[in-house]
Write a protein that binds this ligand. Structure first.
Ligand code: 5GP
Ligand code: ZN
Length: 111
């Protein structure tokens, strides 16, 4: 999607601190980290949010969850939180599906 920030990060039009990439997904450091380790993992396929995940495209989500443990290990964290905000009132600000991987400290409860 031409006007999507994360599509531009995938294409390299906008620079990012990449930590992992394969044919289906891309992972990079969050520009405003909320924890010592804060990685965003995104599908290369543009999906707006979890709300657009369906039976036809959900394999990419399974794939992302298969790489998150590897990324976490590479980042030196054994325990972490995976979050995906779906919609503005849930805190979503970039409308390309992404999974936050947060760790490296004791994380507080959220609401
Ligand atoms: P959301 O608020 O949609 O759940 O998460 C979007 C995340 O993207 C935020 O944590 C924000 O800091 C991060 N972000 C926004 N713009 C950029 C950017 O240009 N580069 C990187 N690396 N992260 C970004
Ligand atoms: Zn996109």
């Amino acid at each position: 999607m031409s006007d999507c920030l994360f599509c531009k990060i995938i294409s390299g039009d906008i620079p990012s601190d990449k930590v992992y990439e394969d044919e289906l997904c891309y992972a990079f450091k969050d520009i405003a980290p909320m924890a010592p380790v804060h990685i965003l993992v995104i599908p290369k396929l543009h999906l707006t949010s979890v709300a657009e995940v369906n039976a036809d495209n959900c394999s990419v989500v399974g794939h992302i969850f298969s790489v998150i443990p590897k990324i976490a290990k590479e980042q030196g964290i054994e325990e972490y939180r995976v979050v995906s905000n779906c919609g503005e009132t849930a805190g979503q600000s970039v409308f390309h599906l992404h999974f936050h991987v947060l760790g490296g400290k004791t994380l507080g409860q959220f609401n």
